[in-house]
Design a binder for this molecule. Structure first.
Ligand code: GDP
Length: 482
């Protein structure tokens, strides 16, 4: 058995569906009691209508606007090799440390937070576009702002161009840092002029791209650069709901002696607390400890935009994996096990490559102006592989929309065989997910479980009937009848 993506050539919407599905399955908001999350203008695009989630029980993930509070911008430094990305990250960290904050020896954890002039900034300290695109290819768009570093004694180079393209594709605004201005050969205006060829018109040339001339070496201009980043962030009105279960992204993970897997997680919304159960990619666990970037300071919790080291993993997640707080450890473990099975079974790269090329677009497009996306989920069991695939493909391509909202179908699982208790359990994780039995039966245990869990098993022997039934369900999700 396998997920649809494991054995079917997936198209864009399917790939997105799967990724989003992953991001949602275990969210404890399925209970719908304390969960107000999401918003309409941020990149985590699982927005929905909370009221209707209560009515339909579809576990919609939504944050009421009045639950949102300002959060620090998440910044990635990009640019050509040797133009000074690493030096800039170091300089920023040092400036901040000498700013008065408790310094101490910092460890490389993949991300850090600094305070400057009363503002907090989160930096991803793996510079370069490789890290950025790797993350994005896994569906994680954690960067709010890109600092594009260009050396003043050089020119716009290949990786400068790549970085510009990357940021643009992701819809992430750029702040330009013209570095090495301490050098005699520095010619910042030449660089700015060159940038105009890439449609980057800096403020001093009448454009709206903020720019600062700096020297990572002498630290000249660093506070001013941070001020520009803050201005850019203010324009973006970055917010998140801190009073919900946490959702974040794994920035880095490694095995550490005595601690097992330790991962740096960037919390995107909610507050992560010691004791929370979670799933992250194919790993799961329970937060045993939260450590700061010195690897020692313990925290009880981590708020939005805060990078934190999480101890308590079973398994090793990958950078870019979504990190989601789950209802309990057991559920998290089951889901992680399922994903492992999936990964083993994933015959090839078609799944990965579909994600790579398509998720990026989703994220870019998800940044603004989207309709409220509602969803329903299905689990498909069929007598033969061909039918399972055909149904999965057909159903995942269905969309229905009106002026405000759009309904999509998420195929959580598509495999050959009778409906089992496990299928029903997976369905029950997301409230009222339908199980579609195509030319197959459900065994007794499954039927019992379905009754107890209130899961709907629907039987079909004609593909068209199955599609029609899902379509009418979608209609119900789009505009619930009172
Ligand atoms: P990266 O490859 O973009 O991360 O660049 P690095 O930070 O490793 O810097 C490349 C080289 O440029 C190193 O030798 C740095 O010491 C030097 N460098 C970085 N920033 C400055 C600067 O502001 N002024 C001068 N003169 N040299 C710099």
């Amino acid at each position: 058995g396998m997920l649809v993506a494991a054995n079917v050539e997936v198209d864009r919407s399917t790939a997105c569906t799967i990724v989003e599905g992953f991001g949602k399955i275990p969210v404890s908001s399925l209970d719908g009691d304390d969960e107000y999350d999401d918003d309409d203008d941020e990149y985590d695009d699982d927005d929905d209508d909370f009221e209707s989630s209560l009515e339909t029980g579809y576990g919609l993930d939504f944050d009421e606007p009045d639950t949102l509070l300002p959060r620090a911008p998440v910044v990635t430094v990009m640019g050509h090799v040797d133009h000074g990305k690493t030096s800039l990250l170091d300089a920023i960290r040092q400036t901040a440390v000498t700013d008065g904050e408790a310094g101490g020896i910092t460890q490389h954890i993949g991300a850090y937070q600094v305070n400057s002039a009363g503002n907090t900034f989160t930096f991803i300290d793996t510079p370069g576009h490789a890290a950025f695109s790797d993350m994005r290819s896994r569906g994680a768009n954690i960067t709010d702002i890109v600092i594009l570093v260009v050396a003043a004694d050089d020119s716009v180079k290949e990786q400068t161009e790549d970085s510009i393209r990357c940021a643009r594709d992701a819809g992430v605004p750029i702040v330009v840092a013209i570095n090495k201005c301490d050098l005699e050969t520095a010619d910042p205006s030449k660089v700015k002029t060159e940038l105009t060829q890439y449609e980057i018109l800096t403020e001093d040339l009448g454009g709206d791209v903020l720019v600062e001339e700096i020297s990572a070496k002498t630290q000249a201009g660093i506070p001013q650069l941070l001020e520009k980043v803050r201005m850019q962030a203010d324009l973006m009105d970055l917010k998140a709901n801190p009073s919900r279960d946490a959702v974040g992204v794994v920035v880095e993970a490694k095995l550490e002696k005595g601690l097992g897997t330790v991962a740096t997680v960037l919390v995107q919304k909610g507050t992560l607390k010691v004791g929370d159960a979670f799933i992250a990619g194919e790993a799961s666990g329970k937060v045993r400890a939260l450590l700061g970037d010195d690897g020692k300071t313990r925290f009880d919790s981590a708020a939005p935009s805060m990078p934190i080291k999480v101890v308590g993993f079973t398994g090793v997640p990958a950078a870019g994996d979504l990190f989601i707080v789950a209802e309990d450890e057991q559920l998290a473990k089951e889901l992680a096990d399922n994903r492992q099975r999936l990964a083993r079974e994933a015959s090839s790269t078609s799944y990965q490559s579909a994600l790579m090329s398509n998720v990026a677009d989703l994220i870019a497009n998800g940044l603004e102006g989207r309709k409220v996306e509602k969803e329903m989920s299905v689990i498909i069991k069929a007598d033969v592989q061909g039918s399972a695939e055909a149904l999965a493909r057909a159903l995942s391509e269905l969309t229905l929309e009106d002026d405000e909202s759009q309904v999509v179908v998420k195929v959580l699982l598509s495999e050959v065989g009778d409906v089992t208790k496990n299928d029903v359990s997976v369905a029950s994780v997301k409230d009222e997910t339908s199980v579609i039995a195509f030319n197959v039966a459900a065994n007794m245990a499954a039927m019992d479980e379905a009754r107890t869990a209130g899961v709907d098993i629907q039987y079909f022997n004609i593909i068209y009937d199955a599609i029609e039934s899902v379509e009418s369900r979608m209609q119900e999700v789009l505009s619930p009848t009172p």
